[in-house]
Design a protein around this ligand. Structure first.
Ligand SMILES: Cc1ncc(COP(=O)(O)O)c(C=O)c1O
Length: 379
């Protein structure tokens, strides 16, 4: 008897999450320097200097366990978000909050409904818990098809996830559409609003996810310090929910999941509004400029409320861009082999991308194909 016969079948069947290619790996492989990574929706400005300083200071105390209740961060966030401290659950990234929800609510025979393409961890987390993922295709504009998702909710559904703005498309749903959907959801279904990118959203009717926490027990809003706060390497995320739901996740949580420097960095990052504003300015200006330049190249770009763009660059463009030292995210795994996801970088990084596309003739290829009514035309 080998482990092959002992491992749980639903775990053996998982395909591990494919992260964006690290810069160092590409530079090693190609023997190049100054590669650019626009692949993981990170903050191109880096972390707040205040967060770095706080983490550094916290290192002197790492012979002690961290505060298992994340008291300081809890107090700061509960004041900022105007929720009770016991409505917050912290994790090593918001990934971990997803895991806690799965651990508490999903098992064999249960289903979780989410849109697809969406965050690649959803099916991994759901299958990892032994439950069945129910992916519902996005509409033709790559937006959540909320009526179809509502249809997909059945007696076995325990969890529904709405990723807003959606990764990897950047598209978002507005308050009225979410209202129709959330208000009709059965009371015994956990509604997860994954708002990893909500700070970047510019549409005026972007939903107030936290109001749903107040209105609908069993709703969890997931947020993270990995994106706009520039702390992806620190691993801090959180969920906001009613105290009953938080209590179940707290039972499932490991006591020291948020480490000491990470909590200190997150607290300091919350104090640095200027860094946040600078990040938003850079991202919004970068997104607008890049969108114009990509359109000028004849490339289709999906609407985006996040810090990345889904762009139809044609099959094989991920590898071709890699050879130019530009790392973007391939979309083959989502059934979109002609698309890549591009994170908004600094103006210099964005320029490197556009130059590489031009050099490869990628925009002009796509334009030619579209004119010929071939593979470049809209699906
Ligand atoms: C939609 C979405 N949710 C959650 C996460 C998890 O982020 P983290 O675990 O770094 O907080 C990500 C990361 O890319 C994401 O894109």
């Amino acid at each position: 008897m080998t482990l092959e016969h002992r491992v749980k079948p639903h775990v053996a069947d998982l395909s591990p999450y494919q992260p964006g290619k690290p810069i160092e790996e590409l530079e090693r492989e190609l023997g190049i320097r100054e590669a650019v990574k626009l692949a993981s929706n990170e903050n191109p400005l880096g972390p707040s200097p205040r967060a770095v300083e706080a983490a550094r200071a916290a290192l002197a105390g790492v012979h002690r366990y961290p505060d298992g209740a994340s008291f300081a961060l809890r107090r700061k966030l509960s004041a900022r978000l105007e929720v009770a401290p016991e409505q917050l659950v912290f994790g090593a990234g918001s990934d971990e909050i997803l895991e806690l929800i799965a651990k508490a609510f999903l098992g064999e025979g249960d289903e979780a409904v989410f849109a697809w393409p969406s965050f690649a961890m959803y099916p991994i987390v759901v299958k990892g818990a032994g439950a069945r993922p129910v992916p519902v295709p996005l509409d033709a504009a790559f937006v959540h098809d909320l009526p179809a998702m509502a249809e997909a909710v059945g007696s076995r559904t325990r969890v529904v996830i709405v990723c807003n703005p959606n990764n990897p498309t950047g598209t978002s749903v507005g308050a009225a559409a979410l209202e129709r959907f959330a208000a009709a959801l059965p009371d015994d279904v956990v509604l997860v609003l994954d708002e990893a990118y909500c700070e970047y959203a510019r549409r005026s009717d972007f939903p107030d996810g936290l109001s749903w926490v107040a209105r609908r027990p069993g709703t969890a809003v997931l947020r993270t310090f990995s994106k706009v706060y520039g702390l992806a390497g620190m691993r801090v995320g959180y969920g906001v929910m009613d105290a009953e739901l938080a209590g179940y996740l707290e039972r499932a949580r490991h006591p020291f999941n948020v480490n000491l420097p990470a909590e200190a960095a997150a607290c300091a990052a919350l104090e640095d509004d200027e860094h946040l504003e600078r990040t938003l300015r850079l991202t919004h200006q970068g997104a607008d400029t890049l969108r114009q330049e990509l359109a000028a190249l004849g490339l289709e770009v999906a609407a985006s409320d996040a810090n990345f763009l889904l762009v139809r660059t044609g099959a094989g463009s991920y590898e071709r861009l890699l050879r130019q030292g530009v790392i973007v995210r391939p979309m083959d795994g989502f059934g979109l082999p002609e698309h890549v996801r591009i994170t908004i970088g600094t103006p210099e990084e964005n320029r490197r991308l556009v130059d590489a596309l031009r050099e490869l003739g990628i925009g002009s290829d796509a334009t030619r194909e579209a004119r010929a009514g071939g593979a470049g035309a809209r699906p």
